[in-house]
Design a protein around this ligand. Structure first.
Ligand code: NDP
Length: 485
C-alpha cells in the first residue's frame, strides 16, 4: 500500500504535479524508523527547463496584478495552511523526523505567518516622489523577475514560505528546490498557493541534488538566488550567481555564542540554552552552541541543565508527548556522533548524553560537554546536532573577544539582569540575529540572517522586501532640454 506521505508526483510545475521517472530516484526515509515512506525523482534537464520557462512566462502578468490582489492570494494561502495545520505537521514530521509537538507549532504555522505578513505588505510596496524644483524624480519598487529558492532539510515548509512569500509579494516568480533529504513539504506549499488563486507557474517545485540546484543557479533567465544551506554550498552558489551578476540571499551556518553572566536567572538561562541547542534535535542554523557561562555560576548552571535535559522525552515523533526527535538522516547522525567522539578525545567533560539512543531510528541523546576550550573542534565547527558546548569565562571583555573569534556570525544571545550590560555586549557581538534573555525566537516581523561567513542579505521583515525587489528611478523634466550643441 502506498504510504500517505507519497506525493502524487515529484515536481510541481505550472500549477500541477509533474513526473519524469527518467530522473534519479530519491528515497524518502522516515528518520524515526529508517523505513522508506516515499520516492521522488530528481529533475531531468527537461523538467528543469519546463520549470524555468514556465516561471519566466508567468512572472510578468503576476507582477502586473495589483499588490492588493497578490496579497489577497498569499493571505488566502496562509488561511488554508492554518486550516490544514495538523496534516501539514504530520507530513513535516515524516519529512524531517521532528516531533509533532514541534511541527504543530513551528512549521506550517510559521509558513502561514510569512504568507500572511508578506501578503499584508504587498499592497504597500510603493516608491518615493523626490521634488527637484519644477522637475521631479519618482521611484518604483519593481520585481527582480525569476527567483530560485534552494532549501536545507531542517525546515522544509518554513524555508519554502520564507523565500516564496516575499518573492511572490514583490511580483517575482519562483522555482524552489527543496533539499533532496526532505522533498515532500514544499510540494504542499505549491499546491496550496494554486488553491488560493495563484496563477499557474508563479511558484514551482523541482526535486534534485546539488546538480539540479547548480543548473538553476547558472541559468541566464534567473535573476536572484536565495539559498539556505551550509557555508561551503553558499560559497559555491554565491560564486555561480556572481558569474551571472544575479542577486543573492545566503542564509548559512553558524557557531553562535550564548553568553550567561552570573547575575542571570539560572532557570531562564538554562531554558535559553535548551531552546538554543536541542530544539529540532539541534538541527537549527542559529543555535547558540557555544554556551559561555561566567565562572561563579558554572557548576550550578551545569547541574540544573543536566537535570532539565534529563526530562527530554525521546520516542515516537507522532506521539505529542515526545519532545525530542531523531537526526534527519543516518548520515547526519554519524556526523554528529563523530563530533561527540572528537569532544571526548580532545578532553571535554561529558555532562550528559554522548551516545546514540538505544532505540530504532537515528536518535542521539541530548549531549552537554563542559570545560570546552576555544580551540576544541566541537567549539569551532558547526555540528548541526544536539551537542552543547559549555565554556567558562571571567570578564565581559574576554567573553566578547572569544565569542567573536569565529568565521561565523549568524546569531548571539546574552542572559543577564543588567540591561546596560546586555545592550553593550550585544552591540559588541558580530552577529545578525541577537537575543537578550531569550534564544532562537524567529518571528516573521524580525529580520533574520547573518554577518561574516553566515550569510548575505536578510529574510523576513520589511528587510526581505529589499532583497526581492529593486528600485527604478525616473527623472521627469517639465521644461525644455538644454544641450551644449
Ligand atoms: P547544504 O549546504 O548541503 O545544502 C543546501 C541546499 O543546497 C540543498 O538543497 C542542496 O541540495 C543544495 N546544493 C548543494 N550543492 C549545491 C550547488 N552546488 N548548487 C546549488 N545548490 C546546491 O545544506 P544541508 O541541506 O545539509 O543543510 C544543513 C546546513 O544548512 C547547515 O550547515 C546549516 O547551518 C545550514 N542552514 C542554515 C540556515 C540559515 O537560515 N542560516 C537554516 C537551516 C540550515 P542537496 O542537499 O539536495 O544535494
Amino acid at each position: 500500500m502506498t504510504h500517505p506521505a507519497q506525493p502524487k508526483a515529484s515536481h510541481f510545475i505550472n500549477g500541477e504535479y509533474v513526473e519524469d521517472t527518467a530522473g534519479t530516484p530519491i528515497p524518502v526515509i522516515y528518520a524515526a524508523t529508517g523505513e522508506q515512506i516515499a520516492t521522488v525523482h530528481a529533475a531531468t534537464p527537461a523538467i528543469v527547463e519546463q520549470a524555468l520557462s514556465t516561471a519566466k512566462a508567468a512572472q510578468k502578468a503576476w507582477a502586473r496584478m495589483t499588490g492588493t490582489e497578490r496579497g489577497r492570494i498569499l493571505r488566502r494561502a496562509a488561511n488554508i495552511m492554518r486550516e490544514r495545520n495538523h496534516d501539514l505537521s504530520v507530513l513535516e514530521t515524516y519529512d524531517t523526523g521532528k516531533p509533532l509537538q514541534e511541527t504543530l507549532v513551528a512549521d506550517a504555522t510559521s509558513g502561514a505567518d510569512a504568507l500572511e505578513y508578506f501578503g499584508g505588505l504587498a499592497a504597500s510596496l510603493t516608491g518615493e516622489h523626490i521634488p527637484l524644483g519644477e522637475d521631479w524624480v519618482y521611484t518604483k519598487r519593481e520585481a527582480l523577475g525569476l527567483c530560485v529558492g534552494i532549501g536545507a532539510w531542517n525546515y522544509p515548509t518554513q524555508i519554502a514560505c520564507w523565500k516564496g512569500a516575499p518573492a511572490l509579494a514583490c511580483g517575482n516568480s519562483m522555482v524552489f528546490k527543496p533539499s533532496e533529504t526532505t522533498p515532500l513539504c514544499a510540494l504542499k506549499v505549491a499546491e496550496i498557493l494554486i488553491e488560493a488563486g495563484a496563477p499557474a507557474g508563479v511558484f514551482n517545485v523541482v526535486q534534485g541534488m546539488g546538480e539540479v540546484g547548480g543548473a538553476l543557479v547558472t541559468d541566464p533567465r534567473v535573476d536572484k538566488v536565495s539559498l539556505t544551506g551550509s557555508v561551503p554550498t553558499g560559497k559555491k552558489v554565491y560564486a555561480a550567481a556572481a558569474e551571472g551578476m544575479k542577486h543573492v540571499t545566503m542564509e548559512l551556518g553558524g557557531k553562535s555564542p550564548l553568553i550567561i553572566f552570573d547575575d542571570a536567572d539560572i532557570d531562564n538561562a538554562v531554558g535559553g540554552a535548551i531552546n538554543g541547542n536541542f530544539y529540532s534535535s539541534g538541527q537549527v542554523c542559529s543555535n547558540g552552541t557555544r554556551v559561555f557561562v561566567q565562572k561563579g555560576i558554572k557548576e550550578k548552571f551545569l547541574a540544573r541543565l543536566a537535570e532539565r535535559t534529563g526530562n527530554a522525552i525521546l520516542g515516537d515523533p507522532m506521539d505529542e508527548a515526545t519532545s525530542f526527535g531523531p537526526m534527519v538522516t543516518e548520515n547526519q547522525m554519524n556526523i554528529v556522533l563523530g563530533y561527540i567522539e572528537k569532544g571526548k578525545e580532545e578532553g571535554a567533560r561529558l555532562i550528559c548524553g554522548g551516545r546514540r539512543a538505544d532505540m530504532d531510528g537515528y536518535f542521539i541523546e541530548p549531549t552537554v560537554f563542559a570545560d570546552v576550550t576555544d580551540d576544541m573542534t566541537i567549539a569551532r565547527e558547526e555540528i548541526f546536532g544536539p551537542v552543547m558546548s559549555v565554556l567558562d569565562f571571567d570578564t565581559e571583555e574576554e567573553v566578547v573577544a572569544r565569542a567573536n573569534d569565529t568565521e561565523f556570525g549568524l546569531s548571539a544571545g546574552v542572559f543577564t539582569k543588567d540591561f546596560t550590560r546586555a545592550h553593550r555586549v550585544i552591540g559588541n557581538l558580530e552577529a545578525g540575529s541577537c537575543f537578550i534573555n531569550s534564544y532562537n525566537d524567529a518571528p516573521v516581523e524580525a529580520p533574520f540572517g547573518g554577518v561574516k561567513a553566515s550569510g548575505v542579505g536578510r529574510e523576513n521583515s520589511k528587510e526581505a522586501i529589499k532583497h526581492f525587489s529593486q528600485v527604478k528611478s525616473v527623472y521627469v523634466r517639465m521644461g525644455d532640454v538644454e544641450a551644449a550643441f
